[in-house]
Design a protein around this ligand. Structure first.
Ligand SMILES: [Zn+2]
Length: 100
């Protein structure tokens, strides 16, 4: 199986590390809802078809990726940087001490 890294191009699966389901949503860190945390930590779907997954190009540029892979055929239909999703949800960073 080949995964096309946006930086490095097509590379063999042996260069990548699977990092889990990319569909989960972490509960609020202050939440004490045990059922929500239990679901987040332990419950997984096992879809037959397209699945969003986190992969790291650990044997290459070390980028974290979101890969959409068909679990039946292993065909990969999309690869993108995971940081694009994370930055979308992150608060803007402030740099102190910088001169304009
Ligand atoms: Zn790469």
């Amino acid at each position: 199986m080949l995964i096309t890294c946006p930086y490095c191009g097509p590379r063999d699966l042996s260069e990548y590390t699977y990092q889990g389901d990319a569909n989960r949503t972490r509960p609020d860190p202050a939440s004490t809802d045990q059922a929500a945390w239990n679901a987040y930590v332990y419950e997984r779907t096992n879809p037959a078809g397209d699945h969003r997954e986190y992969w790291q190009h650990s044997g290459g540029c070390r980028a974290h990726l979101v890969v959409i892979r068909n679990t039946l055929t292993h065909e990969i239909s999309e690869v993108s940087f995971a940081r694009a999703e994370l930055n979308h949800h992150a608060a803007p960073r402030r740099i102190t001490g910088a001169k304009a």
